[in-house]
Design a protein. Structure first.
Length: 302
């Protein structure tokens, strides 16, 4: 197959939507130290944006509200993903990468993993690689990267590599709130005490958002308590969400510190978030899921 000259190949842009863990159970721990999880993940219609253009060497330019938070990282997940794909695919090409960082860093919504997944998708398009070849690489970059590569609702189990279809989801909206504090996943797992949970039992379908919220309320997030112990502002964020009109469920996502509120519709979430009184330095967003609402929603903060 002939390769077009670099200056004739158009840049590729991929979105990296925020991952939200509607529930998260820690079900065990492997001998190598990795924890086994059971979670239902969805992807909100707020995202980072990754642009890839042909170049002689790999480079990364950071823009966006949270780009400065990554400026000190010499080899973040975006560059790791790019170099791993090039090496595995035997490609001599490189790329100039630009990451528009709109999601808070180290915030429990898979920002770094989503960025890595977007990098794999973008370079696969740029280099005309088979998307099917990406799944095996994703797990080497992190436990959340396989789910973020697919970027659609899924049941996530194992250490993140076991993905199965989510129950049929009703319409619902989300409000995301982050108290402006980065929280390292490893520290949260290290602070966790107690035993392990059993995998959740989920229905095939939820009739509406209220029924889904009622079931999710019983499942919880096993990392919420240790995260609050490390970052008490998470409790304040949960309390803020719980006071919003129409909220059906308030919970932390992933290992924190981002929390979410579940609402009957994206419109209800946007209305509630617009009325919220958030402390200075907090970040928030409201809207629906990425599949249904890829370009709408409302963000505020800072």
């Amino acid at each position: 197959m002939s390769t077009a000259p670099a200056d004739t190949v158009a840049p590729v842009v991929e979105c990296a939507p925020a991952k939200v863990n509607l529930f998260l159970r820690v079900t065990g721990r492997r001998d190598d130290g990795y924890h086994l999880l059971d979670s239902l993940v969805v992807f909100a219609a707020v995202h980072d944006r990754l642009r890839a253009a042909p170049a002689d060497t790999f480079s990364l330019t950071l823009t966006g509200r949270f780009g400065a938070a990554l400026a000190s990282a010499d080899d973040n997940l975006v560059l790791r993903a790019a170099r791993l794909l090039a090496k595995t695919a035997g490609r001599s090409q490189a790329a100039a990468l630009t990451l528009e960082k709109n999601l808070p860093v180290a915030s429990g919504i898979g920002g770094g993993s989503a960025d890595a997944a977007a990098t794999l998708r973008a370079l696969a398009r740029l280099w005309d690689l088979s998307p099917g070849d990406l799944a095996a690489l994703a797990l080497r970059l992190g436990a959340d990267v396989p789910a973020c590569l697919a970027a659609r609702p899924a049941r996530m189990q194992g250490i993140g590599e076991m993905l199965s279809p989510a129950p049929r989801l009703p319409q619902f909206g989300l409000v995301l709130v982050n108290p402006g504090i980065a929280l390292a996943t490893g520290e949260v797992f290290a602070a966790r005490a107690g035993g392990f949970a059993s995998p959740a039992t989920l229905p095939e379908i939820w009739a509406d958002a209220a029924a889904m919220a009622a079931d999710l309320a019983a499942l919880g997030n096993d990392l919420e308590a240790p995260a609050i112990a490390l970052c008490p502002a998470i409790a304040a964020a949960l309390a803020t969400i719980a006071r919003l009109p129409g909220v059906l469920l308030a919970r932390m996502s992933g290992s924190g510190a981002t929390c979410f509120g579940l609402f009957a519709s994206p419109e209800a979430a946007i209305t509630a978030e617009a009325a919220a009184q958030l402390p200075r330095g907090w970040w928030s967003w409201a809207g629906g899921l990425a599949e249904a609402e890829s370009s709408t929603g409302h963000a505020s903060g800072w």
